[in-house]
Ligand binder design. Structure first.
Ligand code: ATP
Ligand code: MG
Length: 628
């Protein structure tokens, strides 16, 4: 089918369109009303319909694909690869659900899941869905304080954690972080369920509070737990945003709308049919992990690969080796992941048989053109940049090769996905921007199925965070964008990262992209730094490729400035360029421009709890002291 027709219908006749898509999932009782918008911007999809995410992900597939692989959980950290058929996964989830029920967890209860990227994380999520509990997965790399914040906000009955995770061959104990988080949090879950991987022999338990999953698992080995049917608009899970720009928000998802969005997008966006294989390198702790490691592929009857480990261990070919071994059709990763590989030999991309691989999707950060070309040429498959947010739950701007592949335009994630009434608004006038004119990316309500329904426990924050920026009732993405005359949209950066040089508003992305065209540059971060004369000036921090052949740092710096002037004009010229070994990022791989800017302006870098590598900030401090 043509993309244009599909998209147009989703906008012109949303109820008819989504009623059709709703046929992709199993309803225990069919919806009575497709869309209710009594209280905009709140909206309810598939009102009165009852369904269950776990049933759609597992039970429904048993008759036809019980013996097909559902989940392959690979760890290059422990060396363990677990292959579970739909039947085996269904069994594990029933056992886990029985354990939850035995601990008194039922409909509407929150369960915080603090596990590494292992099979049990998936079992736990689906088990929650089965009994109608609301899971909130907290990325395993987060420190105690992050966990405590989320515990206090979600107020879970139960906390599920592991003894430890592993990263780069090093054991990272989780349990001490759990204990510290519970000491810090005001709210106390009644029980802590521990998945003991046997990685941390020093682990201690609090008697009466801490329980061993393996012990309870044996008690419930043969249990069958009936599905709890939920009304389409009841909450299914909470997921906190990455916290790149401040205090994370508890994004609340529904049941029916999300299931339909997953069934639709796995097929038409990711081009995955039942029986095919999807490999997302995300952690289950992120939005991508929820939607395209767990719910999307499983609701779609596909095989999902879950990966614990680094992209470069045992070597930089590991992802492609897995693609060959499991016959992966669609792969999903992030620009950050690809930039890590870009520092290594391109030959790794050619070592394995990738004849089954059709698409590489990348999301999470702007995909700069040089990186996009490097990976496209190296793999020889189309690379599809796609834009979304924790809030949206699935791509908002993308190409849809499962429907019709429109031309890839480097630097742009493409066209709006079904149901997203997208506009670019000129901030000054509040009017829709012309093609080629920069503005804020917004969505006109109603948001399509799958997007957040509110901020957990805080409707006010939902309205003030997302719907209070314009006179009209519009969802602000808080990202800056530009649209061309064919509708292709480019994301220019976050609205609070925009650089204002003598009245010219520049997206961080434009300058970063320009700097990255220098062949020696691996990655660049651009920030606006206060300047008495111009208001702000762009300042660059850049890392170089491992084998970069450069004639001294000052030479490269000058060359980078030169490029920006040639490509964007004198107004965008970086006033300083710092060459560093690492850039500060969140645990989800996003550049922390906010902290860079604070350091460059001699301010406190603010809340650093989501920072991945504290060493990277020290580097920046030193570089600033040293001077460019
Ligand atoms: P917080 O909202 O707590 O500050 P966050 O915005 O980093 O955290 P996420 O929801 O994980 O949390 O990230 C979504 C953001 O990532 C988008 O708003 C956008 O800024 C960026 N992003 C995602 N995909 C793309 C893409 N394909 N191109 C450019 N930017 C992207
Ligand atoms: Mg955000």
């Amino acid at each position: 089918m043509r993309y244009e027709d599909f998209y147009r219908r989703s906008i012109d006749e949303p109820e008819a369109f989504w009623a059709e898509q709703a046929q992709l999932i199993h309803w225990h009782t069919p919806p009575q009303q497709i869309l209710d918008q009594l209280r905009p911007p709140f909206r309810r999809w598939f009102v009165g319909g009852t369904t269950n995410l776990c049933y759609n992900a597992l039970d429904r597939h048993l008759p036809e694909r019980g013996e097909q692989l559902a989940l392959v959980a690979i760890s290059t950290e422990t060396g363990i690869a677990r292959e579970l058929t739909y039947r085996a996964l269904h069994r594990e989830v029933n056992v886990f659900a029985a354990v939850l029920a035995s601990l008194g967890v039922g409909k509407g209860d929150r369960v915080v899941i603090y596990l590494p990227n292992i099979g049990e994380a998936v079992f736990a999520m689906l088990a929650c869905a089965r009994v109608g509990a609301i899971h909130s997965v907290v990325f395993g790399g987060f420190a105690a304080h992050n966990l405590a914040l989320r515990i206090d906000d979600a107020q879970p009955t139960l906390l599920i954690a592991a003894d430890a995770g592993m990263r780069g061959g090093k054991v990272i104990p989780y349990k001490p972080l759990v204990d510290a988080a519970l000491a810090e949090a005001a709210y106390a879950p009644t029980r802590v369920l521990i998945v003991d991987r046997g990685l941390d022999p020093q682990m201690t338990r609090v008697a009466g509070r801490d329980l061993d999953y393996a012990v309870l698992r044996r008690e419930h080995e043969h249990a069958e737990v009936p599905v709890t049917w939920l009304e389409s608009n009841e909450p299914s899970y909470l997921l906190y945003t990455s916290g790149t720009t401040g205090k994370p928000k508890g994004i609340q998802r529904d049941v029916g709308g999300y299931a339909v969005a997953m069934a639709m997008s796995i097929r038409y966006v990711f081009d995955i049919a039942p029986g095919q294989v999807m490999f997302s390198t995300s952690d289950v702790g992120w939005a991508v992990g929820h939607s395209y490691n767990v719910y999307g592929p499983l609701i779609g009857g596909a095989t999902s690969l879950l990966y614990e480990g680094l992209p470069t261990r045992p070597d930089a070919g590991i992802w492609w080796q897995l693609c060959e071994r499991y016959g992966v059709r669609t792969m999903f990763s992030s620009p950050t992941g690809i930039r890590v590989l870009k520092k290594q030999d391109v030959a790794w991309l050619k070592k394995y048989d990738l004849s089954k691989l059709k698409w590489l999707f990348l999301a999470g950060e702007p995909l700069d053109e040089p990186t996009a070309h490097w990976i496209t040429d190296g793999l020889g498959v189309p690379v599809i940049d796609n834009y979304w947010q924790t809030e949206t739950g699935w791509p908002a701007i993308t190409l849809m090769p499962g429907l019709e592949l429109k031309p890839v335009k480097f630097g742009s994630p493409g066209l709006p996905a079904p149901g997203y009434k997208m506009k670019v608004i000129n901030e000054a006038t509040g009017l829709e921007a012309e093609p080629g004119e920069k503005g804020v990316l917004v969505f006109e309500p109603p948001l399509p199925p799958g997007c957040l329904t509110t901020v957990w426990g805080d409707d006010e924050r939902y309205l003030s965070s997302y719907f209070s920026h314009f006179k009209e009732l519009l969802y602000s993405s808080l990202d800056w964008a530009i649209r061309d005359e064919n509708g292709y949209t480019t994301i220019l950066g976050r609205t609070d990262d925009v650089i204002n040089v003598a009245g010219h508003r520049l997206g961080t992305r434009e300058i970063e992209e320009s700097v990255a065209t220098h062949p020696a540059v691996a990655e660049a971060a651009v920030i606006g730094v206060h300047d008495a004369l111009k208001g702000q000036v762009p300042v660059v921090f850049a890392t170089l490729k491992q084998d970069a052949d450069v004639a001294g740092a000052s030479g490269v710096a000058q060359a980078m400035q030169q490029r920006v002037v040639e490509q964007l004009g004198g107004v965008a010229k970086p006033s300083r360029v710092y060459v560093v070994n690492a850039l500060p990022k969140t645990r989800s791989g996003k550049l922390l421009r906010r902290s860079l800017q604070a350091l460059a302006e001699h301010r406190d870098p603010g809340d650093l709890s989501t920072l991945d590598d504290p060493g990277a900030l020290d580097e920046i401090r030193k570089a600033l002291e040293r001077g460019p």
